[in-house]
Write a protein of this length. Structure first.
Length: 271
């Protein structure tokens, strides 16, 4: 007898033990790929606060940015911040697959593939943290992505636009700056981190492109990305300097990039 897709995915999404969560997802994903699930699209999606194994959760504004990575601890904090984004991205991909019903099979294929790749990223970063004598949960984290999940839980268009075309694309902007900080250190795991960041960048371009596809699928014809940026002004959906090459690969147009630069350079009190 086949298992039900959404019921089993809910258990993985809200699992509190990371080892169990990842192991159960591996089994789930293999079963999905062999079409071993039935889909009950009438099942109601629940929402509850998800699990962050961290000492402290802060507002994004209270998280200090690491200016350099010269010491073991500062480098670990930088890696930890990226690991937290990847951990949050796992839950966001799982939540999209779980929450939104009656969609083409490709939707569930896309976001489970994203979850699988985000888990791989997280494990790579865990390895790097262990090399430095730390682990995920050792430093404070922010709840920005959890708040974005909560704010978009009732709209596929908002979720795809804000989270996967917005905040994930912001990660594309950040990647080159993290790499540049690594250039100023001769730490023994420097080459490992460069390799990890390159893997993450290439995969995240694909993830943003999936977000672009499903945002276009779900949104109204008259809605553009700038409208979304204005509506969700609490989530800045672009970095200070855009990674234009990566964003173009991920589905953004030159016109959109120009609009984003102009919009986020303005005084927000005038919006």
């Amino acid at each position: 007898m086949k298992k039900e897709f959404f019921e089993n995915l809910e258990k993985i999404l809200y699992a509190k033990n990371l080892d169990d969560k990842f192991r159960d997802f591996d089994d789930f994903y293999e079963n999905f790929k062999t079409q071993s699930f039935v889909f009950n699209h009438e099942q109601e999606a629940i929402f509850k606060e998800n699990f962050y194994p961290s000492k402290k959760i802060l507002s994004p504004l209270k998280i200090r940015r690491i200016k350099n990575a010269n010491s073991n601890e500062s480098l670990a904090k930088m890696i930890h911040a990226i690991a937290h984004i990847e951990f949050s991205a796992i839950n966001l991909a799982l939540d999209a697959s779980y929450r939104f019903k009656n969609l083409p099979q490709k939707f569930y294929e896309d976001w489970l593939e994203v979850a699988d790749e985000e888990i791989k990223h997280f494990k790579l970063l865990q390895r790097a943290l262990r090399e430095l004598g730390f682990k995920y949960g050792d430093f404070a984290v922010h709840d920005n992505l959890e708040n974005a999940l909560k704010s978009t839980k009732n709209s596929l268009a908002f979720r795809m636009g804000v989270v996967h075309r917005g905040l994930e694309a912001k990660g594309l902007d950040a990647n080159p700056f993290v790499l540049s900080k690594l250039q100023n250190t001769n730490h023994h795991i420097k080459s490992l981190l460069e390799e990890i960041l390159s893997t993450i960048l290439n995969d995240e371009i694909k993830h943003v492109k999936k977000g672009d596809f499903w945002w276009s699928f779900a949104k109204k014809d008259e809605d553009d990305f700038l409208h979304l940026c204005k509506k969700f002004i609490q989530f800045k959906l672009a970095g200070k300097v855009l990674n234009k090459e990566a964003r173009l690969k991920a589905g953004f147009s030159e016109k959109e990039l120009e609009e984003l630069e102009n919009f986020y350079s303005r005084d927000k009190t005038k919006i």
